[in-house]
Write a protein that binds this ligand. Structure first.
Ligand code: LMR
Length: 334
């Protein structure tokens, strides 16, 4: 592009010539899921909008599917400044010392996207993101994925069916307690290793929103899946605080705009993408999909909601109460 054309373009979006170095500012965005997922698509949307709104002053490189970093490495890399954007699952902030994010893992705490969004898009969500600041991390947004189903190689109709099973989980103490409550054996494992662990029998089963299960082909190595909707999996989009604060103000304004629009997009496509993935699983004929009856679902709830009380000291009773208040969830009403 000719320099003059570039400058005219930049002025049109309110960027001063000084904001644009000869070399574009490179933002590496690393994540662990496939491109064809709510997070994968939203990362691509952010790239498109960020490059457009800054007229090329920013270049976003998206690395999907753990091609740049795996779960644990990516957090370290962000703090070191080797990568600029991540969107880890909310279940992966415990090892960083921010235990409060594990509140999102409490079984059945959200009765759907509407209840969830009251928290993520409201004051409680903002307070949670602020907890990242002392770690050198700026929380930019919450992106939705979806509600999880249990899968294994034997049918799952009641909580007892998972007894003794080795179940892969993300690195969350709440998820660990959830599995212990079912008397199954939780195994923390990076997302990039799950397919193989299921295929080789290192673990017997797992839990996923359908988009993750389907795009990683886990349904090809799991015979049964039950639509328990027992928990939520979603993301916090995060950046290195020093990097973000060091950006030219005009560039940051444009990136904030790109982030706000990509967030709306992510949260608009999440349910649809998960529904499509579930159809894909069904159509494959490889995993038998079971819809529990109301009584069966109630039995899972009864078995799992005690996890809330047990994890109070880790997450904070006040935080749990403030979420109940937003969503109207009442454990006494089960
Ligand atoms: C998982 O590890 O199962 C998920 O956190 C992966 C993801 O980023 O959705």
């Amino acid at each position: 592009m000719k320099i003059r054309t570039l400058l005219v373009g930049l002025m049109a979006v309110g960027l001063s010539a000084a904001a644009v170095a000869a070399e574009p500012i490179v933002i590496k965005f690393s994540h662990v899921v496939a491109q064809d997922t709510p997070k994968g698509k939203a990362a691509e949307k952010f790239k498109e909008l960020a490059e457009k709104y800054t007229s090329g002053a920013v270049k976003v490189e998206v690395y999907p599917n753990s091609t740049l970093y795996k779960d644990k490495e990516e957090m370290e890399a962000l703090q070191l400044g080797a990568v600029q954007l991540l969107a880890p699952s909310l279940a992966k902030f415990g090892p960083l010392g921010v235990r409060e994010f594990e509140v999102f893992d409490l079984p059945y705490i959200f009765d759907g996207y509407e209840a969830l969004n009251k928290v993520t898009q409201g004051a409680v969500g903002q307070q949670l993101l602020a907890k990242l600041e002392p770690k050198g991390i700026r929380g930019l947004a919450f992106w939705d994925n979806g509600f999880k189903s249990f899968s294994a190689n034997s049918p799952i109709k009641k909580p007892e069916d998972l007894r003794g099973k080795k179940m892969r989980i993300q690195s969350s103490k709440v998820l660990e307690e959830q599995m212990r409550e079912l008397k199954s054996l939780p195994q923390v494992m990076a997302f990039s290793e799950v397919y193989q662990a299921l295929q080789t029998g290192v673990v017997d089963g797992t839990e996923n929103p359908h988009s993750n299960l389907f795009t990683q082909k886990m349904h090809e190595v799991q015979k049964h899946m039950t639509l328990t909707d027992h928990g939520y999996l979603g993301y916090a989009v995060i950046t290195n605080k020093k990097f973000w604060d060091g950006l030219p103000a005009e560039v940051r304004t444009q990136l904030d705009k790109a982030m706000a629009e990509s967030t709306a997009y992510a949260n608009q496509i999440a349910k649809e993408e998960n529904d499509k993935a579930l159809e894909g699983v069904r159509a494959s004929g490889k995993t038998e999909v079971y819809t529990p009856t109301a009584e069966e679902k109630a039995a899972f709830k009864k078995a799992l909601v005690p996890v809330h009380k047990k994890m109070e000291s880790r997450i904070g009773a006040d935080l749990i109460q403030s979420i109940y208040k937003e969503t109207g969830f009442d454990p006494a009403k089960l």
